[in-house]
Design a protein around this ligand. Structure first.
Ligand SMILES: [Zn+2]
Length: 375
């Protein structure tokens, strides 16, 4: 992660870079800031800058061997600790390393990830994830290793407030008597929940919310949305990039599509033909562009649910409402039907585009879904 890839936060970037230039990198730092401000991204960019073999004035080079590994989050001297949970497959003593590939994918896709999005990614349903006591053995082991390629071993601990008390105490001991050339970067949004002794032994790096101008520019670059709407979203999300993306994704049309999708799949599952005929009446009146949007939306939802069902969420991005519905629905989308469902939805999309009779198209689609959702 390069500093330039992070939205705004110029002051913080400058201060961090200065610590490296002055050779006064504190061995335990607490990056503290509100949700969606980019604190995890900053911690990673900072670690990458420290490790870079060809540091520039304002950023890592992005091209040396170290940077290349950092950009995939696979540098051997970079370690991550984050909350995890027991899984359906029965792992009762989970540690971060059990989820490291999902973690890398999620963070590379969205370094502004929220805790609940991370939990949705690893299939934690309605239970609390945690950094368990068994994690501390890993922390001690890793920080006592020799460095492989860099001057420092860096451990980034995301959400230390989720640390179980015995793990926190062991971490505290390591921070108090650190092995040589170790760097702990704690990334937190709730300092009040971290044990006081850890807080008092780390250097605080306070990170503010993203300023409106930088947030607005970042949204303009990433999404094709008109200016007025952007200023609404910026206002609503209050410097929280993750929230802004959520607002964009859960705008009105999205909510309508979720309603249609919920109705259609429920009716099909119950094989409620009368209900289906009514649904088809409704959907045939919304116009072709909206019908196409609904079909694209359905394709995305089916895909996301298939990934959820396979329990290997890669880039599942679901809004809170979508996630709620999908927790049960995902069991109906599986290896046996995903290809055919995808094919039917694509075909319906094509037929709508070619001005087919929408009542016939949606009725036909529904009847096929009755059969496919039972496979
Ligand atoms: Zn480099």
């Amino acid at each position: 992660m390069l500093f330039t890839e992070i939205i705004g936060q110029e002051n913080t970037k400058q201060k961090l870079i200065q610590t490296v230039k002055d050779g006064r990198i504190s061995h335990a730092q607490l990056f503290l800031g509100p949700e969606g401000c980019g604190k995890l991204a900053l911690a990673i960019a900072y670690a990458q800058y420290i490790s870079c073999e060809n540091r520039g004035e304002h950023d890592s080079c992005g091209e040396c061997a170290s940077c290349k590994k950092y950009q995939k989050l696979i540098h051997p001297d970079l370690h991550f600790v984050f909350p995890v949970a027991t899984t359906k497959s029965g792992n009762q003593k989970p540690i971060s390393d059990d989820f490291i590939s999902e973690w890398r994918k999620s963070i590379l896709d969205n370094p502004y990830i929220k805790l609940n999005q991370w939990f949705a990614t690893i299939g934690v349903e309605n239970k609390q994830g945690s950094i368990y006591s068994q994690e501390s053995g890993q922390i001690i082991r890793k920080m006592n290793l020799k460095t492989f390629e860099s001057e420092y071993k860096t451990m980034i601990i995301w959400m230390p407030e989720k640390m179980n008390i015995s793990a926190a105490n062991k971490l505290l001991k390591m921070i108090e008597e650190p092995p040589a050339k170790t760097l702990f970067l704690l990334v937190s949004e709730n300092a009040g929940k971290i044990i006081q002794t850890i807080q008092s032994r780390t250097q605080n790096v306070k990170i503010p919310k993203i300023d409106d101008e930088n947030l607005s520019n970042a949204l303009k670059n990433k999404f094709k949305i008109d200016e007025n709407k952007i200023s609404d979203i910026v206002h609503l999300s209050n410097g929280d990039y993750a929230k802004a993306v959520e607002v964009i994704n859960s705008d009105e049309e999205n909510r309508k599509n979720l309603n249609y999708f919920t109705s259609l799949t429920r009716l099909c599952y119950k094989a409620d033909v009368i209900g289906i005929v009514k649904f088809v009446e409704t959907i045939s009146k919304i116009g072709r562009e909206k019908q196409k949007n609904f079909l694209s939306y359905s394709l995305r939802m089916m895909r996301e649910n298939f990934i959820l069902n396979k329990n290997k969420p890669e880039i599942t991005y679901l809004t809170t409402e979508e996630n709620k519905f999908s927790q049960n629905f995902n069991t109906f989308v599986n290896d046996r039907n995903i290809m055919r469902i995808t094919k039917e939805l694509n075909q319906a999309f094509l037929h709508v585009e070619r001005n087919g009779n929408s009542k016939i198209i949606f009725l036909d689609l529904s009847l096929k879904l009755i059969m496919l959702l039972k496979l």
